[in-house]
Design a protein. Structure first.
Length: 265
């Protein structure tokens, strides 16, 4: 529901970073030919195609050939993690996920953006069948929909999240590429009313088979079996869990300056 260069959101963030770190090069990713397409693609462009597009943008940008730091907001957090896992050249140095839903979502309580008719339509599609082929291929939010009551359907039919979370087998390249990060920073909003469950922002999720009790990352099979290398990264001090008071993507410039910017320097 956002765009690369909105002066009240991503454009504002870009300006802050450039002002605080003189001489830094900041690329705010645009997916589409204009800002309207960029916004629409955040709802309707297959996430795998988005990742492929971004990998091309990064590979073709001479400013980034020596490596870069990546910062993703909300669904951009898990999308950039897919970039880290799938596209190691140029190398991603640090990944900062701000409100990213790394174990997916099971609920759509508030929709980003201002287009309520799009939000209503998305809810209906998710209710009808998040794991049908047509919905998976054409609705971004369905591609990280994780139903803890239908884990087998999720593992079998999720075309994006189940793949990058190694739910159908181990892709050693994904694991190797993610473990190459210097730091993987995950920011959770402590009063989040949009992401369900909020612990997904720290890679936790509902305990399988129900949708009330949640478990942290370190108790998930993804971690205990180390299917993605997160356990090894954790032991090496590469995982950083940060909490900030506020609802989804609500934070002060002061918090951002003191807490996030140091990872970019």
């Amino acid at each position: 529901g956002d765009s690369c260069c909105n002066p009240r959101s991503m454009g504002y963030i870009k300006k802050i970073v450039e002002n605080k770190i003189p001489g830094i090069y900041v690329l705010s990713l645009k997916i589409g030919n204009n800002l309207i397409e960029d916004m629409e693609n955040s709802f309707f462009m297959n996430a795998n195609d988005q990742v492929r597009d971004v990998c091309g943008q990064l590979a073709n940008d001479p400013h980034l050939k020596g490596g870069y730091n990546a910062m993703g907001f909300s669904q951009g957090g898990q999308f950039l993690r897919a970039v880290a896992q799938r596209c190691p050249s140029p190398p991603m140095l640090n990944l900062i996920s701000i409100g990213g839903q790394h174990q997916g979502v099971y609920g759509f309580p508030r929709c980003p953006g201002e287009s309520s008719h799009i939000c209503d339509w998305i809810r209906k599609m998710l209710d009808l069948g998040a794991y049908t082929q047509a919905v998976q291929e054409h609705l971004v939010q369905a591609e990280y929909w994780h139903d803890p009551l239908k884990e087998e359907d999720y593992r079998k039919n999720s075309i994006f999240l189940a793949d990058i979370n190694q739910e159908r087998g181990i892709n050693e390249t994904y694991k190797k590429n993610l473990m190459a990060l210097k730091k993987f920073v995950m920011v959770k909003f402590l009063n989040d009313t949009m992401v369900d469950p909020p612990i997904s922002e720290w890679f936790g999720f509902y305990k399988s088979g129900q949708a009330k009790e949640t478990i942290p990352l370190r108790e998930t099979s993804l971690y205990t079996e180390d299917r993605l290398g997160l356990q090894e990264m954790d032991k090496a001090g590469k995982l950083v869990f940060l909490g900030v008071k506020g609802d989804h993507l609500q934070f002060s410039e002061e918090w951002f300056d003191t807490t996030v910017l140091p990872f970019l320097q």
